[in-house]
Ligand binder design. Sequence first.
Ligand SMILES: C[S@@+](CC[C@H](N)C(=O)[O-])C[C@H]1O[C@@H](n2cnc3c(N)ncnc32)[C@H](O)[C@@H]1O
Length: 246
Amino acid sequence: MKQNIYDHPVFFKEYTSLRKSSVTYNDFIEQPAIKSEISTLRDKSILDLGCGTGEFAMYCMENGAAKVVGVDISENMIEQAKRENHHENIEYICMPIEDLALENQKFDIIISSLAVHYIEDYTSLVVKVNDWLKHNGEFIFSTEHPIVTARKEGNNWVKDEDDHKLHWALDHYQEEGKREQHWYIDGVVKYHRTISTLVNTLIENGLVLEKITEPQSIPDGLERMPKLVNEKRRPSFIVMKSRKNK
Ligand SMILES: C[S@@+](CC[C@H](N)C(=O)[O-])C[C@H]1O[C@@H](n2cnc3c(N)ncnc32)[C@H](O)[C@@H]1O
């Protein structure tokens, strides 16, 4: 199932106003982490899977990339990307990643920021990524951490009667597959996979794992969003860097 939640008017409005605030988990944890894994953008060709509103594509251009192809299922996101992050060397394609067929195009770097947990068939994705990468090319992606996606019920923090967080509830870890949650609206679908599945699928399909990070907030984030201290108790994201070696 391909869900296009970012074209839901309520979700889109809430999500984009959150991102515009620049006081988010993305700004202080995920984006610094994923950017720090990239060897260099200079003269590189980049494929951004789930590119959203194109900020990362523009960051690539500002850092010397040769070209970026950004793909996203959401018309709203792609329209905003074309409006706000237009560049002659960025091509935006509105299409589900699952349907993407890039004949005769190979990339130095494939990035995916917080979109992999929306993809049901992770193996097919990795097979395609391997095909789209040049020899020695990098695949770097972030996804919600499996300890966050595992449990079927929401409210993973177990709290005392004074609303203090006691601990994080982990459950159903080995039961991979669909999870539904409320995030601005009901019925947001994500897919839970174990760490071993995330890693071994890369290895089994011709990629060499180079690094895994479970990022914490940058110092500025702890000042501006004090709740990010809880990332020390359980990480929200996992970032994987792998490389094509054939
Ligand atoms: C959390 S947002 C991240 C956007 C962007 N990568 C960023 O970091 O700002 C996830 C994005 O993935 C896109 N997405 C979700 N499922 C997708 C799919 N099956 N194919 C393409 N894009 C998808 C959404 O539309 C959304 O723009």
